[in-house]
Design a protein around this ligand. Structure first.
Ligand code: ADP
Ligand code: ZN
Length: 290
């Protein structure tokens, strides 16, 4: 089978063609500008392809309720051009195949479950720490949805007693995203994250906040694997710091060896590495067929 995949990000789009084994056969990438301009690249890429389905993993917020009049729309995004863009509707006008649509992180979680770090499991969580913090989850084999899609990047966190940074979220100020997303690292320390690799305090504090997120997700959703991707997680030394904080914060409360002796196999980087997003969209295409 041949599937189309669209990883629709706030800064760039990646389109690809792949198969049911999670193999990407070809791909292109272009910057996210206006919907008109950006979508012309998308339509052109898929125009001559014979596809069985197309999957879209999108930045949000998006409307995922099938019976809603705005199903398949990007809704209240601060990216003005994309506000109320009928993503699925515009695709359906041009491609008469099933179209899977979900958040980029829900897609990535599904891709990791099918072909990556959570292969063989029936639950997992995928967190991206990049320009923002997004989290997707599979629970009992199903993508997690509700009233809307979860927005686990915006949970309340406890401020570090020695952290004076006021927070960067336009809605909540010092929520998790407001205290730990990529741009926050730069704002708090005055230099880009990738230039701060050697400064221990930067990553101790980053791990302190990210671990709080993971502790809450572990307590609420009990996923069988937690996968952390995105630009900031390129700082590989964050993983042991996060694991240590998670263990300390849980304090032995969840008596599972995954969280006690084997935490290095529980909180892990994406098995699909930089392909997590695109393979996620591919997984959403497959999901649309079933
Ligand atoms: P997006 O979230 O837009 O999809 P990324 O996941 O690449 O994109 O995240 C971009 C953010 O990650 C930026 O704030 C950037 O400074 C930060 N970032 C990218 N690479 C690194 C790195 N190697 N170390 C620390 N921070 C990084
Ligand atoms: Zn917030």
């Amino acid at each position: 089978m041949r599937f189309g995949a669209i990883e629709a990000g706030g800064t760039k789009f990646v389109c690809g063609i792949g198969n049911e084994k999670g193999k990407i056969l070809k791909q292109i990438s272009f910057p996210t500008t206006t919907p008109e301009e950006t979508m012309e690249h998308v339509y052109a890429f898929f125009a001559d392809e014979k596809l069985d389905a197309i999957g879209i993993g999108s930045f949000g917020p998006i409307d995922l309720h099938k019976n809603s009049s705005t199903y398949g729309f990007i809704t209240s995004t601060p990216k003005q051009h994309w506000k109320n863009f009928n993503f699925v509707g515009e695709m359906k006008k041009r491609f008469s195949v099933p179209i899977g649509f979900d958040t980029d992180v829900n897609g990535a979680a599904l891709g990791e479950l099918l072909w990556g770090a959570a292969k063989g499991l029936d639950s997992c969580l995928y967190m991206t720490v990049g320009t923002g913090i997004g989290v997707g989850a599979i629970v009992e084999g199903q993508l997690l949805h509700g009233l809307s899609h979860p927005e686990m990047g915006h949970i309340v966190v406890k401020r570090h007693p020695e952290d004076p940074f006021e927070g960067n979220c336009p809605y909540h100020q010092d929520c998790l995203e407001g205290m730990a997303a990529g741009p926050v690292v730069e704002k708090r320390w005055g230099r880009k994250g990738m230039e701060l690799s050697d400064i221990k305090d930067v990553w101790e504090l980053e791990a302190y906040y990210l671990a709080q997120g993971l502790v809450n997700y572990a307590l609420i959703l009990s996923p069988k694997k937690m996968i952390l991707g995105g630009g900031v997680m390129k700082q590989n030394h964050l993983f042991p710091l996060i694991r240590k904080n998670v263990k300390e914060m849980l304090n032995g409360y969840i008596q599972k060896e995954e969280l006690l002796e084997n935490i290095e196999h529980y909180i892990v980087p994406p098995g699909l590495a930089d392909r997590a997003g695109l393979c996620g969209a591919l997984a959403l295409a497959m999901n649309a067929l079933t």
